[in-house]
Design a binder for this molecule. Structure first.
Ligand code: NAD
Length: 473
């Protein structure tokens, strides 16, 4: 029997948008303006690799200019194409709106497999890509601000910054042209693990509602929840470590390119990463069994499934086999629009990408603010707060005649460092955004799934920006 074709990632985003649109009450013209990509820059540039020239295919898409700068990561992957970057850029607009980060959405993509290049060659490609962006005015602290995504990290962001500053000497806010930089090069504490930490804060909030959990047959709290993770990269790894160490969850299964492993008793994420670094594979990890195929991770018996690799992983053909009660889309677009319908019918809660992986852009926003203010967070108030709290504790001690221990005192009187403020800002952001989405789905009874509720919430915010601009009076 011929298989019916699965829609593309961009079509999935479009279908999800169309499903939410009637619940917004917004005029068609405005919806159409929000939906389309405002600027698509497709480039081809030559890079000399060894003794040969290679033509590199790359993109930068700015989905929405309703707020500037636009913002979104840069992906290095052999699977990059224009449609994929357009889909990812669209999601960035809705994501920023959901978490009240004042940017339009954007995304970049370079069609290469980083594994095929040396560090020096990757640097050459990254610098040339940045030069192309500068040439067309597609990068700048007030124009468009890239960040890491699949296949890139702080190293690439440092190259981008250096290239930008080479061309734009003397531009006072130039450090804000890219985020996700190393802390030593105008980055911010806590950006590397921000997306994973955001996933954790979101899950902690989601599982705290007794009535919601009762519907899924789950108890409240992260403690003891069983989790399966696809992808041991930036997002998957940090999500796993934080859920395990701070939430007390049990990671029962992990998949990577080379295969998947399972252990009912739990997989220590830090040890697993060390094992992969030393053996080149997650397979044969002590205490865990190898699964036959890497995609089996999506079908293991667990409470929470976290796809943290790429899009289109849970599709029409395998959605019926998902056993998790909650699917948390740490990756962008891992559940297709068709699969979403199947999971909803099965009573599975799908937490949409545009909400649950928004921790990265949230902390990128903090980094950008730090760059524009030219000062690290906490510098002005830390000592002042510490002295005030110390005076207060001393006063209470004097009045009560009781003294507290040194350790306890330093816990109470500690002024906030940059990392404390970043975590607190991120937690607040993830909790508030979830409450807004939950409120939307409770208010609009006909909304079937959390993705539609998130879309409605985001579209409400983007549209009011357009209306405030007076473009759609
Ligand atoms: P990454 O490159 O650090 O890691 C991804 C990992 O997934 C890689 O190790 C890769 O080998 C693995 N992988 C690929 N295909 C797989 C498969 N079929 N099965 C198992 N493993 C597979 O990328 P990342 O930054 O962690 O991004 C992952 C996803 O999260 C992407 O969809 C990205 O758009 C999204 N995301 C990333 C950020 C961020 O801050 N980095 C923020 C928001 C969303």
């Amino acid at each position: 029997m011929a298989k019916t074709r699965e829609v593309s990632f961009l079509d999935s985003v479009s279908q999800n948008f169309d499903k939410a649109a009637p619940h917004t009450g917004l005029p068609d013209g405005l919806l159409q303006q929000i939906k389309v990509c405002n600027s698509v820059y497709q480039m081809r540039f030559p890079v000399k690799i060894g003794s040969e020239y290679q033509v590199i295919e790359a993109y930068r898409v700015q989905h929405s200019h309703h707020r500037l700068p636009t913002k979104g990561g840069i992906r290095y992957s052999q699977k990059v194409d224009q449609e994929e970057v357009m889909a990812l850029a669209s999601l960035m607009t809705y994501k920023c709106a959901l978490v009240d980060v004042p940017f339009g959405g954007a995304k970049g993509g370079v069609k290469i497999s980083p594994r095929d290049y040396t560090t020096a060659q990757l640097q050459k490609i990254t610098r040339r890509y940045t030069t192309e962006l500068i040439r067309k005015n597609f990068i700048g602290p007030g124009i468009d601000v890239p960040a890491p995504d699949y296949g890139t990290g702080s190293r690439e962001m440092a190259w981008i910054l250096d290239t930008y500053q080479t061309f734009k000497g003397g531009e006072i806010d130039s450090a804000g042209c890219v985020t996700g930089k190393p802390v030593s090069q105008n980055g911010i504490q806590g950006r590397t693990e921000a997306t994973g930490r955001g996933v954790y804060y979101a899950l902690k909030e989601i599982v705290s509602y007794k009535d919601d959990m009762a519907k899924l047959g789950l108890t409240t709290g992260m403690e003891g929840k069983t989790i399966a993770i696809q992808g041991l990269g930036n997002v998957g790894y940090h999500t796993g470590v934080i859920c395990q160490e701070e939430g007390g969850a049990t990671i029962v299964s992990v998949a990577e390119y080379e295969g998947a492993i399972y252990s009912k008793n739990g997989i220590d994420m830090k040890k697993l990463l060390k094992h992969r670094k030393s053996t080149g594979s997650i397979l044969n990890f002590p205490g865990a069994k190898n699964l036959k195929q890497r995609k089996e991770v999506l079908e293991v018996d667990c409470d929470i499934l976290i796809p943290a690799a790429l899009e289109n992983q849970i599709r029409k053909d395998n959605a019926k086999n998902v056993k998790a009660k909650i699917v948390a889309e740490a990756a962008n677009g891992p559940v297709t629009a068709d699969a979403q319908n199947i999971l909803t019918k099965k009573g599975i809660m799908v937490v949409p990408d545009m909400y649950i992986n928004a921790g990265g852009v949230t902390v990128s926003y903090f980094e950008w603010l730090k760059n524009l203010s030219h000062m690290r967070f906490g510098r002005m108030e830390k000592r002042f707060d510490q002295n005030t709290y110390n005076n207060l504790v001393s006063l209470v001690e004097r009045l009560t005649g009781h003294t507290i221990g040194k350790k306890e005192r330093s816990l109470i009187t500690k002024g906030a460092d940059e990392i404390d403020l970043v975590r607190s800002g991120l937690e607040e952001t993830m909790i508030t955004a979830y409450q807004q989405i939950r409120e939307t789905s409770k208010r609009k009874k006909k909304i079937e799934d959390m993705r539609t509720a998130a879309f409605v919430s985001a579209l409400g915010k983007v549209s009011s920006d357009y209306l405030n601009l007076g473009i759609f009076p």
